[in-house]
Design a protein around this ligand. Structure first.
Ligand SMILES: Nc1ncnc2c1ncn2[C@@H]1O[C@H](COP(=O)(O)OP(=O)(O)OP(=O)(O)O)[C@@H](O)[C@H]1O
Ligand SMILES: [Mg+2]
Length: 282
């Protein structure tokens, strides 16, 4: 083989290798967003979120002005970020001015779920590198939704989230939005959700079927109640009893595999039940 031919071959191989890599990265990015609702999402899933939306609207109706809702759960991976993103999208669809804020500064996910750049976000504003919080708001045309991502992972997330800048930011945005959603870390793992929830209308707790234990849920409720946080309701994520769904004579079954496990997708998304503080000791 001539020297020229072997160089061309190598070049060819290199291009193939990297284009496969780029394809893999693009696929991984798409996979990360697979549970976020789009125009193509099965209507049974979007309907479930709409039902949750109606319930949250009723539960918060007595609050005047902007409704500020924190989404949390007892432990990791119960579906907080997925639920908060999908709820924010569903609220924005009504034309309500909606903002979603990343407050899981240790493991930020919103930028991935909403496919946004994450160069500047909460960490930069709360850390004092940006004065005007409007500068970190990103608008998503497709959803008519505003989002503040986490930014770079800071060394001191808890301190940042209880800083006066956090309070100031929420005061400013409460004048400009109808609904503000905050995605947060698990309440049994860090104290951040309780500190942030004190500035909010209330908390919605995500419970994942066949995953959340009653003990960890009890512990999460106790932590929120100890902080005097109003629990607005629960979202049952990945609930199995919605696997078969009948709607207008048609029966839908919609499932797929995730992490080696079969999930009923439509399930997931929201059996919402509201919670009254008067029941808390029952
Ligand atoms: N109903 C569901 N069906 C299938 N997969 C789901 C469902 N809900 C969430 N997931 C997947 O589970 C993983 C964790 O979800 P998500 O990031 O929303 O959880 P989280 O509670 O925010 O996690 P963390 O505690 O790490 O912030 C993601 O890969 C997400 O796509
Ligand atoms: Mg999360």
């Amino acid at each position: 083989m001539s020297k020229n031919k072997s160089v061309a071959n190598k070049q060819n191989l290199k291009e193939k290798f990297f284009s496969r890599d780029m394809k893999k990265i693009a696929q991984e990015k798409k996979d990360v967003r697979r549970n976020i609702i789009t125009a193509n999402t099965h209507f049974s899933v979007t309907e479930a979120y709409k039902a949750a939306r109606t319930n949250i609207m009723f539960t918060t109706a007595s609050e005047k002005g902007c409704k500020k809702i924190i989404i949390t759960s007892s432990v990791a991976k119960e579906g907080k970020s997925t639920t908060s993103t999908n709820l924010a999208i569903t609220f924005a669809q009504t034309g309500a001015r909606t903002l979603i804020i990343e407050a899981d500064l240790r493991r930020p996910k919103l930028h991935q779920y909403l496919n946004l750049p994450n160069e500047t976000g909460m960490a930069e504003y709360l850390g004092g590198f940006i004065d005007d919080p409007h500068e970190i708001v990103q608008h998503i045309d497709a959803y008519n939704l505003d989002c503040i991502t986490g930014g770079h992972i800071p060394p001191n997330p808890s301190e940042l989230l209880i800083s006066p800048a956090m309070e100031k930011m929420l005061e400013i945005f409460a004048e400009e939005y109808d609904y503000i959603f905050i995605d947060s870390p698990p309440v049994n793992v860090v104290t951040d959700p309780v500190s942030v929830a004190k500035l909010m209308t209330g908390a919605v707790i995500v419970v994942r079927q066949n995953y959340t234990t009653s003990e960890s849920l009890r512990q999460a409720i106790a932590a929120l109640e100890f902080g005097n946080i109003k629990i607005l309701g629960y979202i049952l994520n990945n609930s199995a009893d919605m696997r078969d769904y009948t709607y207008n004579r048609y029966k839908y079954k919609y499932g797929y595999r995730y992490g080696g496990k079969q999930y009923s997708y439509r399930s997931s998304h929201s059996h919402y039940s509201s919670y009254s503080h008067s029941n808390k000791n029952q």
